[in-house]
Every structure is written in C-alpha cells, then in structure tokens.
Design a binder for this molecule. Structure first.
Ligand SMILES: [Zn+2]
Length: 165
C-alpha cells in the first residue's frame, strides 16, 4: 500500500463522523501508520483538523489548518494523477515515434551510401568524410530536436483537452 493510498484511506476514516476508531482499522493500515512518519503526520493533521472543526465551528477554523489543508490539496492535485497520466502519454508518444526511427535511420543510411558512391570518383576522401560527418550531424540534430519536442507536444495536447468545457 502506497503512502498516498494510506493517506486517502486515513482521510476517509478520520473525517467521516461516527467512523470506527483505530482499534477497528485493518492491521496493515495501523502497522503502516506506526512505521511511517509521513502517514503518522497525516493522522496528527487530521485529528487537529477535526478538533478545530468541532471546537470552533466552520467559520473560525484555525488559519494554520486552512493553510495546511490548502497546501495538501494543492500537492495532491499537482503530484498524483496528472503526472502519472502525463508519464503514460509521454511514453506512448515516444514509443510511437520510436517505431518510425529505424525507417528514418535506414533512409539516411541509404542516402549517405548513394551520395558516397556517386561522389567518390569526384572528391578527395577528406572532403567526403567531412560531408558524411556534416550529414550525420544534421540528421542527429533533427531527430534529437524532434524527440525533445515530444514532452511539449504531449503537454500541449493534454492542456488543450483539459480546457475543452
Ligand atoms: Zn506512509
């Protein structure tokens, strides 16, 4: 069980009025909370929050608890699912592009071979090598640039999809 899953479970259990106490929790959950400082801290935070809610009423929540809640919510929103989904989509896009890579390399290789065969009788070897290096460098730069744009492209597609009402 990951800390995120544990903390979601804890939030559910501790913020639900009348939910069974820790003695009725799953032993795995109790063991994790005892061993993990992050999840134990989450329990403390939730207890302080419920105390604050019960004693002062919703209108007078302690500012520290409001700030903590906001920070946790923002962290959860930013860190969890979007990044995982983004990673998955990024891997998908890279895989699709990688499928075309052998074709691009084979084509570049054929062009280089053809050009070398044609130019060999006409040019000195040093010039041929320089042309080959220049061609290979240009090819690598283009392919590298294409792959470097993949994360931007995936992010742009995701953003456009999210902004659709
Ligand atoms: Zn934990």
């Amino acid at each position: 069980m990951s800390c995120e899953a544990v903390q979601e479970e804890l939030t559910e259990r501790l913020l639900t009025p009348g939910a069974p106490g820790p003695e009725h929790w799953d032993p795995a959950l109790r063991t994790h909370v005892q061993a993990c400082t992050a999840c134990a801290g989450h329990v403390q935070f939730l207890r302080a929050l419920t105390t604050s809610l019960a004693s002062a009423g919703a209108a007078a929540l302690a500012p520290a608890h409001i700030a903590q809640s906001r920070a946790r919510a923002v962290r959860a929103l930013r860190a969890h699912r979007p990044s995982r989904a983004f990673g998955r989509e990024l891997v998908g896009a890279v895989v699709v592009l990688a499928l075309g890579l052998p074709l691009a390399v084979a084509q570049a290789w054929l062009i280089a071979q053809g050009a070398a065969a044609l130019l060999e009788p006409l040019l000195p070897e040093a010039v041929l090598i320089a042309l080959g290096v220049f061609y290979a460098g240009t090819f690598l730069l283009m392919v590298g640039t294409l792959y470097a744009f993949v994360p931007l492209w995936v992010a742009a597609v995701r953003r456009a999809r999210m902004e659709v009402p």
